[in-house]
Design a protein around this ligand. Structure first.
Ligand SMILES: C[S@@+](CC[C@H](N)C(=O)[O-])C[C@H]1O[C@@H](n2cnc3c(N)ncnc32)[C@H](O)[C@@H]1O
Length: 160
């Protein structure tokens, strides 16, 4: 199982995940100082082999390489503080959310996604919500990409 934490911050999810599961955890974070903190934590906890971190924009990562993706409302960070009033911050936010919707839509069937506080957009209709619970002030939701169903007319499906 390969898990992507898209917007990994200081790496809490990946490090704890590596401690308590057999999965491989990959944190992608654009703030280099947070990536360094995450890598130091993984080293200190002796989980560096299973919890790896990379400084990058999640838009540059192929999400389809992973079995599962975690999104803790990452893109809102662009709006924090005084930048909220800036049109450029909102333009960036809207673009990143749209990019995430497209990446989610292209995940393979069976891929699982967990969102906490959402991600700012709509889950593509190709996902089913398997569970939802309130954790603190946010909603923690588990989604699974549905199998592809043929949209070909019945007469075509029958003859192929
Ligand atoms: C709310 S924090 C979540 C941290 C972590 N996933 C956790 O559960 O503790 C969101 C993080 O996403 C990062 N982020 C936002 N947009 C990003 C992007 N386009 N590419 C990479 N990281 C991004 C922010 O810098 C921030 O550290």
């Amino acid at each position: 199982m390969r898990v992507l934490d898209a917007g990994a911050g200081p790496g809490k999810l990946c490090c704890i995940g590596a401690l308590v599961t057999n999965a491989s955890w990959y944190g992608v974070e654009r703030d280099l100082s947070l990536v360094e903190t995450a890598a130091e934590s993984a080293e200190a906890l002796d989980v560096s082999a299973c919890a790896q971190f990379r400084s990058a924009n999640v838009a540059a990562v192929d999400w389809d390489e992973f079995d599962s993706v975690y999104l803790f409302n990452p893109f809102e960070a662009a709006l924090v503080g005084e930048r909220t009033a800036h049109l450029t911050a909102w333009t960036q936010y809207v673009g990143e959310v749209a990019g995430a919707e497209a990446k989610l839509a292209s995940l393979r069937p069976g891929a699982r996604v967990v969102t906490y506080h959402g991600f700012g957009g709509e889950m593509p209709s190709s996902f089913a919500r398997l569970s939802s619970e309130q954790v603190g002030v946010g909603s923690l939701d588990l989604w699974e990409k549905l199998p592809v169903t043929s949209s070909a007319p019945a007469r075509w499906r029958a003859s192929r």
